[in-house]
Every structure is written in structure tokens, then in C-alpha cells.
Design a protein around this ligand. Sequence first.
Ligand code: ATP
Ligand code: MG
Length: 431
Amino acid sequence: MAEKISAVKGMNDIAAPESAHWEWLEAKVRALMGRYGYRNIRTPIVEPTALFVRGLGEVTDIVEKEMYSFEDRLNGEQLTLRPEGTAGVVRAVVEQNLIYDGPKRLYYMGPMFRHERPQRGRYRQFHQVGAEALGFAGPDVDAEQIAMACDLWAELGLSDVTLEINSLGQPAERQLHRAALIAYLEQHQDQLDEDAKRRLYSNPLRILDTKNPAMQTLVEGAPKLMDYLGEQSLAHFDGLRALLDAQGIAYRINPRLVRGMDYYNLSVFEFVTTALGSQGTVCAGGRYDGLIAQVGGKPAPAVGWALGVERILELLKEQQLLPAVPVPDCYAIIPQREALAQVMPVLRALRAAGVSVQMHAGGADGHGSMKSQFKKADGSGARYALIFGDSELAAGQVAVKPLREGAGAITEQTLFALAQASDWAAQLRQA
Ligand code: ATP
Ligand code: MG
């Protein structure tokens, strides 16, 4: 046998039964987005590298060390597998002029790529659901987006996800704070780790976001950005708080909450849980009023969030909130393979009537005995066996046999006419 080829480290296959949980979550997301008036957008997985360098900022974890960037062999273009979704959406909005007729609410879901150390809740290919509201100045739409995420947790049954909010103010306010922050950190040079030393003058705000436990006391004592905000920024923040309060949404103000990308201003927020170890942020977002102009568009305000699908699913699993994996309504037992020509049209008629039917089909060792077919029927989890035996078929019928207690409307083995499948199909469906 040829040597096996493994998947790329940190990139996972998602197969049944797990994939059913993904589909379930995606369906919940679509329904929720629809209720809030968000429309789906699908952008390419590969974008010009410059989009992320310019959009996310050069001194960010993502751009410095996490991007899968490569040169197109054929034309030398510098390309990158998208590490996040916002930059691509903004590029599309600018390029397609999608907000020419007013603001837009958009959402996406799909894979993202970051070259990180794989561990629980942290992968190299992972998936995000993201919501973006473009052309809105807030804080109303900021509050709406946060409410939308809260509704998703409720819909999924998640309760111990907590909301943290902060304001990053405007660039000029950050400049003032930055000077004070650098002065403070310079006084404590000896306590800075390598990352912090490197960022001291390039991106000191990000030092506040450190995950290094040894630096926690230091960052807790650092000057707070909130104390440098002007009247307008504070009014925006208070407006957000009032609208959260009005909706009964609980939050904690975390003055050290900064985000990994440079594009954020004003409102920033994260939803965190203690149930997933150090990968506790399940959803994060904020306002990015400068980004549209930064990638060449006419200036327009915007706000968005992204959630980590793997982390949400792990949390649901941890809390035993994942739904039972769906099973077919019926398994079709076909003792003689010669009967297939008569049986297959009946199965299609049942499916057309909304019944899920798994047909017995032969394996590598032949069509399969009656006994092995019944075993497969049991293993499939189906509620009914449809038995297409010789005598039933000769009479133009099929025998429907419940495979377990409480299977549904049909409680004992019953014969039905093949020709009228659509008449009795409903009795096979899950109530
Ligand atoms: P972290 O601080 O955990 O690295 P981040 O700030 O880099 O997260 P964002 O860029 O804000 O994350 O992405 C939004 C969400 O996507 C995160 O809150 C998280 O749930 C998820 N996420 C980010 N990176 C990964 C990853 N490598 N694997 C799985 N999920 C991820
Ligand atoms: Mg990260």
C-alpha cells in the first residue's frame, strides 16, 4: 500500500456525527441573522497580502507571524489565506460599492487561517461566523450587534458567557494615552517580556493584551485609556451602555480590553467563558470607523464581531448542550437485489414526500443477507425498517416495521401499497 498522507497540522477534518453539530449551529446562525436583517456575503479565501498588512496593521500578531502568505507561482502576486473576515468584507464593499445606496448589514461564515501553535480551541484552520454593519455610526447598531450575539447564546442554551466592553476612543486620544503608557512602561523596563520590549515603541497598547501571567500586575497598574477619552467618545460609550442596560444585557467594563487588530476605535467587546481554559474568548468585535478609508474607500463608519465556531462547539459540548445527531426515518431492506428496479422509484417517492430513507446497498462482499441488512438497519438508528420482501412486492406492498419502542405513528408491522407511497409517507416522518 502507498504511504498515507496526513492533513496539515492544526487543520482538521469535520466528519459525521460532529458535522451534524456544525450544520445545526450554522442553521441557527442563518435564522438569527435573518431576523436581524443581516444578509450573507461570501468573499474569497485568498486575498492580496497587502489587504491584511494595511488593514490589520504591521505590528500585530497576525501580520507579524500568523499569516499563510505565498507568492503566486504563475504571476508573482503576493497572496495570503485570509486570517480573519473583516478585511475581505470591507475590500468587497469598497470594490463593489455596496454601500452606495445606504448602510448595509452583512454576515459571513467560513474558514480562516493562522499559523499558531495548535492546542485546544486554537487551530491553524478554524472557522468564524462574522457580522458587519457598514455605514452606521452607532452606538445603536453597536448595541444591536451585541444583542444579536446574546440572542445566539440564548438560542444555543449557553448561559455562562460574559460580556466585556471597553472604548478605544479615537486615534488622537490614543496618542495621548500612548505617551503616558510608554512613560509608565519605561519605568518598569525590567518587568517587560520579549514581546513587550519589542512593542514598547511600535504598539504599546497591545502590551495591555498580553497573556503572560508574569506581566499581569504591571499591566493592571498601567494608565487607562478610558481616562484619556474626550467628551464625544465618552458620549458614544455611555450611549452604548444605556442601550445595553435598556435591553437587560449584563456587561463588565474591562479597561484593559484592547483588540488584536489596529483597525478598532470606540466600542470594543468580547464574550468570554472560563470553561475553555486559556482559549476563553468565544466572540470578539468592535467599531472600525477608519478601516474603509484605509483600504481605499470613501470614509464610512462600521462595526462588527466574529465568533470562533470551534470554541462555541467545544463549549456546547462541555456543557452537554449539543443536540442528538439526526437519524433517518427509515432503512430500506431489500432481500433480493433483483427487486431494486421496483424499489428505488418508491424510495424516491417517499423522499419527495419528506421522508428520509437510507437504502440498503451492497458492500464489497455482495448484496448482504437479510440478517446483515437488519443489523445495518438497527445500526443506522432509523425508526422504521421498510421490508421489500418477495411476497410483499408480489402483492404490490411493503412491510413497515418499527425498530424501537415509541418509533412514531406506526406501532406494529403494517403493510402499505407501493403505488400510493405519498399517501402514507407522512406516517413515517418524525412527529
Ligand atoms: P486570541 O486572543 O484567542 O488569539 P484573537 O483576538 O486573535 O483571539 P480574533 O481575531 O478576535 O481572535 O477572532 C475572533 C474569534 O475567533 C476569537 O474570539 C476566537 O473565538 C476565534 N479564534 C481566533 N483565533 C483562533 C484560532 N487560531 N483557532 C480557533 N479559534 C480562533
Ligand atoms: Mg490570536
